[in-house]
Design a protein around this ligand. Sequence first.
Ligand code: SF4
Length: 473
Amino acid sequence: MLAELRGLNEECGVFGIWGHPNPAAMTYYGLHALQHRGQEGAGIIVTDGKYLRAVKGEGLVNDVFNNGKLEKLEGHAAVGHVRYATSGGSGIENVQPLLFNSTTGGLAIAHNGNIVNATRLKRNLEQQGSIFQTTSDTEVLAHLLKKSNLASFEDRAKQALRLLDGAFAVVIMTEHAMYVAQDSQGMRPLSLGLLDGAWVVASETSAFDLIGAELVRSIDPGELLIINEDGCRSERYVEKKDRAICTMEYVYFSRPDSDIDGINIHMARKRLGKQLAKELSIDADVVTGVPDSSISAAIGFSEATGIPYELGLIKNRYVGRTFIQPSQDLRERGVKMKLSPVRQVVNGKRVVMVDDSIVRGTTSRRIVKMLKDAGATEVHVVISSPPLKNPCFYGIDISSDSELIAANNTIDEMCELIGADSLTFLSVEGMVEAIGRSDAEKNCGHCLACFTGEYPTSIYADTKLPHEKELVR
Ligand code: SF4
């Protein structure tokens, strides 16, 4: 669905390339493929072996970079980032990759996820004299790296990473090497690829496809890759724990053409739709999906039930970004600006409207009304995930639980609130089975916390939700 309209936002996307004659251009293209993961700011930092040079700015990748800016970023390696505003607050100082300079050299860091013990680490570091320039939890890692008195950067990186708790897929670059790390449970996706002998890492494999790189593998939980002129070496900085990949990456966030651990997102979403068809029986004339992320599940549901799939809703692609001031009133108008019903498809029909999730419920209510105003005689809402009842502490900006409709209402009450003729959610077990990760039977392959309330890491009294971080200095 339309994330910006409903309070469910991915936090970031990271990209890195080492050993390429034109790393800035490759990173620029890679960030385009990750743009859906963050639209508020973008940055690229390049190394030529002597200096780190940065171009960063607020806005979309295309707003931040042009030919002139990219041409100045000469070197052989680069790290890039796209971000969503509330991951540490808005403002250019929080746009990543973060760049730090000292007499011993430069340091660039790009991070996707959320460090749940960042507040306490920050407090300790401040007591030891650190002064923070941003509200981003990522800066904590830079201070930990600098504070360490171990001799090699690799050892300092391992020591610093071991102190972090939470979700992090991180790319660190100095003038001489790139370090790529995944948290001990691999909560956020991160993959390794190869492009004409250059090593590439990205939050999603769609970035590899766009630049013509081939996928090598996912980065393992607890793994630290060291990439430099000697090649790419794998180390482990901590023992890996049970995998807890974010389930919402499969359900909603990642692009349909990306794969996570060998599972294609479009195919996984189709299976979610098929699983929904197993879990409910419904009589209807037409199935439609809320664009873009729900279309794959709608196709799967249609294939399994035999109810024809139709484009009942069209996304208006070239409208302004309404979420910059997400007031209730703007959200109201924003839905109409962003989605239109196809009257000829839904008029006089019993419609199954497939969506991937419901956050506040206000957007669902408006879409149901839109379909009914266009002549639908019945609108049955089916959701290809379980009810979202809990906030996320791992880098996804889900509205606080007071705003989550499923945290405060029964399914019947929700159905009434959104004005649907019926409302069905996928079961947790059905979702895990349909995604099809090989270790799914132990339930350890996924983070399910926003559905079940069982968080895979410690959550501290001072762990911040993404939108709370703006208030912390
Ligand atoms: S709580 Fe939900 S959104 Fe957050 S990492 Fe876990 S599955 Fe993903």
